[in-house]
Design a protein around this ligand. Structure first.
Ligand SMILES: [Zn+2]
Length: 255
């Protein structure tokens, strides 16, 4: 990998490579499609592979303008991050749903976007989880970050996981104003679009593994972690490919 970084690559390629070498970023490539949660349709797989390799998107030829009137780059950055049409919100909700399943699978009680329990209802966590065995409560804030975004692009080229790290910091500053007396631990869960997870997400997944180990033993912990590392990795690629495909299928494209 060191030799690759010494090549004359532009900042986009450098940050893509740094993101792609992150933990779990490539687990979708080793997931056997034994259920729909671990499978990508062939067209989604091709798109995910193109994003990972930095190739021009296979469906983008002839398409130059987004419905928001911005120019579209052939490597998918605008299509993944443009808010017009709701793609990022849809992807966020998919990832929230995936993590809720994961937390529930570890035996924690969880609630997605709980209403009316916060002073500021618009600033509530995406998932509240409670471990009945330990009495611990977690507020999870889930987000996707692109290494090419203006806030992270410069650092992402020289620093592994910079986009996820930066988003984790922003997330921590958000105040989740629960009713008085909350002792919940705030966990920012961030995924970079190339598949890399932030350290906080990795640590939390590992802690869920320990919950499973305490309840069911080490063998089950290993099964749990292997499954969810792959499923969450597939999930990011599923979101990417569906956001892009949906954007490309809008009738106003092609102008
Ligand atoms: Zn757009």
């Amino acid at each position: 990998m060191k030799a690759v970084f010494s090549l004359a690559l532009d900042n986009h390629d450098l940050s893509r490579l740094r993101s792609c070498q992150g933990k779990l970023a490539g687990r979708w490539l080793e997931a056997l499609p034994t259920s729909w949660m671990l499978a990508l349709k062939p067209c989604d797989f091709r798109l995910a592979a193109s994003l990972r390799l930095g190739d021009p998107l296979p469906f983008a030829a002839g398409v130059s303008t987004c419905e928001c009137n911005a120019n579209i780059d052939r490597r998918g950055y605008h299509l993944l991050t443009c808010k017009f049409g709701g793609g990022p919100v849809w992807a966020h909700n998919c990832v929230v749903s995936g993590w809720a399943d994961c937390v529930g699978d570890a035996g924690l009680v969880c609630k997605v976007e709980p209403r009316y329990e916060y002073v500021n209802n618009d600033n509530r966590p995406d998932i509240v989880a409670f471990g009945s065995g330990t009495g611990e409560c977690f507020d999870l804030d889930i987000s996707l970050a692109h290494p090419w975004s203006s806030e992270a692009s410069r650092r992402s080229a020289v620093e592994d996981g910079a986009a996820a790290f930066f988003r984790e910091k922003i997330s921590k500053y958000r105040t989740c104003q629960r009713s008085a007396g909350s002792t919940a631990k705030f966990i920012p869960i961030v995924a970079e679009h190339f598949g890399r997870w932030g350290q906080s997400a990795l640590d939390f997944l590992q802690s869920l593994g320990r919950v499973v180990e305490r309840a069911e033993g080490r063998a089950q912990k290993n099964i749990f972690l292997r499954y969810w590392r792959r499923r969450l990795s597939v999930l990011i690629q599923y979101c990417n490919s569906n956001v892009i495909t949906h954007k490309l299928s809008r009738p106003c494209f092609g102008s």
